[in-house]
Structures are given as C-alpha cells and as structure tokens.
Design a protein around this ligand. Structure first.
Ligand code: EPZ
Length: 417
C-alpha cells in the first residue's frame, strides 16, 4: 500500500508554480465534445480525475492524446452517446458530460453518478434545467436517459450549483434560441469554461456573475486554451505554510480567486501579499484563532479549502468555529485530526476548533480528497512522523503534492508500506 511519510516540524520556504485547475479542466474536456474540430488544452494537471475524463471521451469515440500537460481532443469521430456505470462511478463529476453529449447527439444515456464521501450528490438541478430546455428525461431505472435537442429557455437555479450551471451552459450552446441562467454559480472555473466556449465560437456571456446568457445553435469549431491555475491547490499550500511556518511564494495563481482564504490567514497572523499572479505568505510562531468561518458559494469562503484551513488552525491559540453550508459530510478529516492531538468538537454542520500548542504525528487515513490534503497539512505542523494512506483520494486532485512540498523544504516522501 502506498503512503506519504511526513516528518513535521520543519518550516516551509521557497517558490512553487501551482498546476492547472481540476475543476476547470473537467468541464472543458466535456465541452470539447461540442467542437467539430480539434481542441488543444494546455495546463492540464496529471490527476486521476483527468484520467477518468479522458477514458470517458475515448469511450465515446473521441481521439484523445496527452503530451505532458497538453491534451488534444478530436471529437469528430464521436460515435456513442452512452456512459456506462463503471466510467460514471470513476469520478463523481462525470455528470458534467450529460449536457455536452446531449447537445452534440440529441440524446444521452448515463448511469446515475455515485454519491461520494461528502454525502449524496443530488443532480435534480441538472435534470430540471434540461427538462426546462425541452429535453425528455427518464431517470426512473437507475440510469438517466435523455432525448431531444435542447431549446433555449429561461432557467433559474434554486442553488448556484457549479455542475448544474456548467451542464446548462453546454446544452445551451447547442440549443435553438437564447438560454438565460439566473442564480448561476460564479466560480472562476465557470468563467474559464466560458472563455473556452468563446474560443470555439460560442456566444456565451456573463460567466462570473449570477446571470449567464447563451445564444445557441452555432456550429462550434476547434480551438486552443490554457486552463487556469488551481485555487484550491494554492489554498492547500498556503495552509501548509501557515501551519508549519516559513515563507513561501506561489506562482501562477490569481490572488482575487482566493480573497476569503487570504483574509482568514492574515487574521490568523500570517503576512500575506503579492501581485496579480503571485501570492506570498510568511508565518512565524503559533497561529491565532479567527472569527467564524462559514463556507459559501463563490465569492464566499470555498468549501474545498475548509478542511486544510481547519488543519492549519488545529495548532493555534484561540478558538475557531467552522460552519459548513455546502456539503453535509465535510468534516471527515476531524477523527483523524483528533488522533494527532487536535481538540475539535463537531455538532452537525458546525465544528469548533480549540487550538492546541502542539500536535503529534500519527498513522492517518485520508477520508476524501480535501480531507487527505488537510491531514498532510496537519502532519507538516506536528512533532514526529506521520504516515498518510488513502492516497487514491489525494491523487484525484493533487498532481504533485509531495514533490511541491519537498520543493518547499518539507520532509515528505511517497513510500510503499
Ligand atoms: C463542484 O462540485 C466542485 N467539483 C466541488 O469540488 C466543489 O466543492 C463544489 O462545486 C462547490 O463549490 C467540480 O467542479 C468537479 P455544486 P458540484 O453542484 O458541481 C447541491 C473538490 O474537492 N446540489 O455546486 O457537484 C449539492 O448537494 C470538489 O474539488 C443539489 O442539491 O457542486 C451541494 O450541497 C468537491 N442539486 C450544493 O448544491 C443539484 O442538482 C453545491 O453543489 C446539484 C447540487
């Protein structure tokens, strides 16, 4: 079994470049289905979720080749419109292929995407948006069977769902007429998807705001795009430096994508500054507890950063309250943090972290993607050695966690137990 062996207690110093964003490259790979020509996508991170998306594209008949961080997709050879259970279960966000396959083929057959460690991951908003676009959907037999070419519609999402916004955008590109998505998700990854779609010739506007407007029906050609950097990977590295102390510089990530996290780390006592595409963080001594952290849709505090910031604040003076409003099961890192000597009490969607002066290394098991990253952060600020297993979760979203942390001076290596 593979594990990360982490010896804590060393400050982090140095500079790393943050790799491309998982939550941007996945919908962009799905969107490549809509292009009649070849799409060349740069800055694609080497992640198992990206492997799963490539496997789905190849199953559909697309020609895909990867050279380093560049993925080339030729969907002119697409010949299927079904995604089987095995592929759907590989990656929870495979539902993002629904809008693209349906838009391209006028029908789609997907098995229900699994839930995940964060709890049930409903897709009611995805399906109601497509039904509002005139698509017939039978979701009564454990699979999702869609027929009909979408038509333009006025959509209003009850929750600013990232995936539902993306699925509606992709279906709307192929719809006859204009689609307006109100209460759309505003994440930077949505704006990156819009940039890619406009490169293909689509008429999409408003991404990054709560209202996205798509004038569909255009024939989309191929194009070239560079994926934005991963803001959650950046938040992970900043949390690690805040927890372990030291001075780090992150290159290639836009500060404005992480403002709530930067504000929290400053309040905890870190010195944080930088320019458009660089973030610099310096920390000495113990972190301070901060005012309550309440996760929210962008531009609020990102739920994906909550576990790593919690891990950093376990070793602090003061108390920090976390309120998790997005997912019902997103404190799964807590039992493992308690094994390291953390003092955390969880009541439903509220976690109270009472900072302690020191943590100790332990044998740890990643409960999910960001929970695993959180445990690595805590191990870096602990005394002694930790062994982190469950790396299949971590490898879904981090292309080179140990390599980058090593470059920052951490004592961490991947071993076989
Ligand atoms: C995306 O998931 C991200 N994944 C998640 O990142 C991220 O945590 C999440 O957005 C929130 O920012 C990708 O982009 C691949 P949602 P998504 O639809 O689209 C409820 C990571 O760690 N909801 O915005 O699945 C849902 O239950 C992952 O990188 C419905 O009720 O999230 C949740 O409570 C984890 N019905 C809330 O909305 C629906 O039809 C937000 O979910 C859809 C969602």
């Amino acid at each position: 079994m593979r594990a990360l062996r982490i010896c804590g207690g060393r400050p982090l110093c140095g500079s790393v470049k943050v790799h491309g964003a998982k939550n941007s490259v996945l919908p962009i790979l799905a969107a490549a289905i809509l292009a009649s020509g070849v799409c060349v996508i740069h800055n694609c991170p080497d992640l198992t979720d990206v492997d799963a998306a490539v496997a789905i594209l190849r199953h559909l008949g697309c020609r895909v080749c990867r050279q380093g961080e560049t993925i080339t997709v030729d969907s002119s050879t697409l010949k299927r419109m079904d995604i089987p259970d095995g592929l759907m279960r590989e990656m929870r966000s495979s539902i993002i292929f629904l809008g693209a396959v349906l838009g391209r083929c006028g029908q789609a057959e997907l098995s229900f995407p699994g839930g995940c460690e964060l709890g049930p991951r409903p897709i009611d908003l995805h399906l109601s948006a497509l039904r509002a676009m005139g698509v017939e959907i039978d979701d009564t037999h454990g699979s999702i069977s869609c027929t009909g070419t979408p038509r333009g519609a006025e959509l209003s999402l009850s929750i600013p769902s990232v995936g539902a916004t993306e699925n509606a955008m992709l279906a709307a590109c192929c719809a006859r007429g204009v689609t307006t998505i109100s209460n759309a998700a505003r994440e930077p990854e949505i704006l990156d998807l819009q940039r890619f779609l406009r490169t293909l010739g689509a008429d999409v506007r408003g991404a990054g705001t709560s209202t996205v407007v798509i004038r569909g029906g255009r024939r989309l050609h191929g194009g070239e795009h560079r994926v934005i950097s991963d803001r959650i990977v950046a938040a992970t590295y900043l949390s690690a430096a805040a927890a372990a102390g030291g001075a780090v510089e992150l290159q290639g990530v836009e500060r404005r994508m992480l403002l709530p996290v930067l504000d929290t780390l400053r309040e905890a006592g870190c010195t944080v500054f930088g320019d458009e595409h660089t973030i610099f963080l310096r920390q000495r001594g113990l972190l301070q507890g901060v005012s309550p952290i309440r996760t929210a849709p962008y531009p609020g505090f990102p739920t994906d950063a909550q576990p790593m910031v919690m891990a950093a604040l376990c070793r602090s003076c003061g108390v920090t309250v976390f309120v998790e409003t997005i997912f019902e099961n997103r404190f799964r890192q807590v039992p493992e943090l308690l094994r390291m000597g953390a003092d955390i009490r969880v009541e439903g969607r509220v976690a109270v972290v009472c900072g302690v002066p020191r943590l100790h290394g332990a044998r740890l098991k990643a409960p999910d993607l960001r929970g695993g990253a959180a445990l690595a952060v805590a191990a870096l600020s602990s005394e002694g050695e930790s062994l982190l297993t469950g790396l299949h979760h971590v490898d879904r979203g981090y292309a080179r966690l140990e390599r980058d942390l090593c470059a920052l001076g951490a004592e961490i290596q991947r071993i076989t137990l």
